[in-house]
Design a protein around this ligand. Structure first.
Ligand code: FES
Length: 206
C-alpha cells in the first residue's frame, strides 16, 4: 500500500509541507447527521469535555446523504482521517438513512483499500444527541489512531507526480484545452480583447 512509504519516524517533510513525527497534527473531517451526532458534538462542547481540536465538522441532514465521494474528496483536499457518524440504528429521523449508510460504507471500505487509503483512516460510528461523552471518545480515539498512521500524503504524491512522456491523456487534455480556449474566446471574450476574435452570427469576424 502506498502509505507504507511514509516514514513517520524520520520527521521528514511530507508532500504537503507538514512535518511528520512529533509535530504532526492530524486533520480530521467529520461528516455527521444533523439530528443526532451534531447535537451530541454540541453537547460535548457545551459540557467542556476534554477533546482533541483536530476535527472539522460538516453537518448533513442524515448519514444517508453522505456520499462516499465526499470522503474521497476530503482525503483529496488534505484530510488525514475522516469520521462518519449519525443516529443509532432505528433512530434515523428519515427512517432508514443510517441503514443505507452502513451498507454503503461497508462496501466502501474495500474501495478505500483499492484507492490506497488505509481503511483505519475512516471511522464510522453511531452517536446520539445525548452521547456527548461518546463523541469525545470517538474524536480522541480517531485522532490518536491517525496520528500513529502519520500524515496522509499518498494522494498528493500521486496527483503531483508529472505525467509520463507520451501519456495519451496528456494529448487528449491538450486538445480539449485548445478547443475550450477557441470556444470560450468566441463566446465570452470581450470584443477586441485577447484570445480568439469573436465571430458574428454568420460566422464572419465581428
Ligand atoms: Fe441521523 Fe438519519 S437522521 S442518521
Amino acid at each position: 500500500m502506498p502509505e507504507t512509504d511514509v516514514d513517520v519516524s524520520t520527521g521528514a517533510a511530507t508532500g504537503d509541507g507538514r512535518d511528520a513525527g512529533e509535530s504532526f497534527e492530524p486533520r480530521i473531517t467529520a461528516f455527521v447527521c444533523n439530528w443526532c451526532t451534531y447535537t451530541g458534538a454540541d453537547l460535548a462542547g457545551t459540557s467542556r469535555l476534554p477533546m482533541a481540536s483536530n476535527v472539522r465538522i460538516i453537518r448533513l441532514p442524515c448519514t444517508g446523504r453522505i456520499d462516499h465521494l465526499f470522503v474521497v474528496k476530503a482525503f483529496e483536499r488534505g484530510a488525514d482521517g475522516v469520521i462518519v457518524s449519525g443516529c443509532h440504528p432505528a433512530d434515523c429521523h428519515y427512517t432508514a438513512g443510517n441503514y443505507h449508510a452502513r451498507r454503503r460504507f461497508g462496501v466502501f471500505r474495500e474501495l478505500l483499500s483499492f484507492l490506497g487509503v488505509d481503511p483505519l483512516r475512516l471511522t464510522f460510528s453511531w452517536v446520539s444527541a445525548s452521547e456527548g461523552a461518546k463523541w469525545a471518545d470517538v474524536v480522541n480515539e480517531t485522532v490518536a489512531r491517525v496520528r500513529e498512521l502519520g500524515p496522509f500524503d499518498a494522494y498528493h504524491r500521486l496527483a503531483d507526480a508529472p505525467l509520463p512522456d507520451g501519456d495519451p491523456f496528456a494529448v487528449v487534455d491538450g486538445a480539449t484545452r485548445g478547443s475550450r480556449e477557441t470556444t470560450g474566446g468566441a463566446t465570452d471574450a470581450p470584443a477586441g480583447g485577447p484570445g480568439t476574435p469573436a465571430t458574428g452570427a454568420d460566422g464572419s469576424a465581428a
